[in-house]
Design a protein around this ligand. Structure first.
Ligand SMILES: [Zn+2]
Length: 143
């Protein structure tokens, strides 16, 4: 029996991000191996991706809240092959963040047999180096 091909992520050197004043706190925290989400300083609503205004009350006040890094698969797709990397297998997921109700993060789940991934699976964040000294949040099955 052949071992399943485990999911991976794009080579970090090929992953480039841009930041702006609203997203930079997220990326600065990731660089320190911390997952954070913006929480409205007035009404407490979490939001991701970061936005200038709270979608619930329009406040500009933000509390960047550190999360545990626990997440649950809300939805996902399995990607076989990528331009220039035909043998790569990616699991791209939309993840619920139990510590930030209402916020969802899109991320790759790595080190998993794609055939076994299911909605509701619990995963845990870790941070992987990408271009220009940044780090990207990635996820692995929670143990
Ligand atoms: Zn608000």
């Amino acid at each position: 029996m052949t071992a399943p091909t485990l999911s991976t992520a794009l080579p970090g050197a090929d992953v480039h991000i841009t930041t702006n004043p609203y997203t930079e706190p997220f990326w600065e925290a990731a660089r320190q191996d911390r997952l954070v989400a913006p929480k409205c300083g007035d009404c407490g609503t979490f939001r991701l991706p970061p936005t200038p205004f709270c979608p619930n009350c329009q406040s500009k006040d933000v509390d960047w809240t550190e999360l545990s890094g626990a997440a649950e698969v809300f939805s996902f797709s399995v990607v076989h092959g990528y331009p220039g990397i035909p043998d790569i297998t990616l699991v791209a997921a939309v993840l619920d963040l139990p510590d930030a109700p209402g916020a969802r993060l899109i991320g790759n789940i790595v080190d998993v047999d794609p055939a076994t991934v299911a909605i509701g699976d619990r995963v845990q964040v870790f941070f992987s180096p990408i271009a220009d000294g940044w780090k990207l949040p990635l996820f692995r099955p929670a143990t």
